[in-house]
Design a binder for this molecule. Structure first.
Ligand code: CA
Length: 135
């Protein structure tokens, strides 16, 4: 029997139920984000490239994706296109862009938030939490 999902992530859902996929090629930043979110009790998976992330996403279904835009090989925008195409637009987890690039006037489809590097860790935590609650 499958237990129903909690209605309020804030009150009922342990953060461990929230799985964050961090796509970031820079080792120090990826580790910092991972350690910070794990320290806050979130579940965290990491990928060093968009290609690795797409492979992982064939088997995992994260609650939210933190996406760097400048990546070796496929960049963040190409990742978004490839992922949307693969899933046919259905059931995509929210994406938060974490990048030094300036935001466009309109965020790409599926992107719920944008965090500009260098970012504040408390701000990161708050945005992750908000993205999951608003789901
Ligand atoms: Ca990068």
């Amino acid at each position: 029997m499958i237990e129903p999902l909690p209605t309020s992530a804030e009150q009922d859902s342990p953060r461990a139920l929230v799985q964050v996929l961090v796509i970031e090629d820079e080792d120090p930043i990826r580790r910092l984000i991972r350690d910070t979110l794990e320290g806050e009790g979130f579940g965290v998976q990491t990928a060093r490239s968009a290609e690795d992330a797409l492979t992982m996403l064939a088997q995992t279904d994260p609650s939210v994706i933190l996406l760097d835009l400048r990546l070796p090989g496929m960049d963040g925008f190409a990742f978004l296109e490839a992922y949307r195409a693969r899933r046919d637009g259905a059931g995509l987890p929210p994406v938060i862009i974490v990048s030094a690039l300036r935001p466009r006037e309109t965020l790409p489809e599926g992107v719920v938030d944008y965090l500009r590097k260098p970012f504040d860790l408390d701000d990161l935590i708050a945005r992750v939490e908000r993205s999951v609650i608003s789901e």
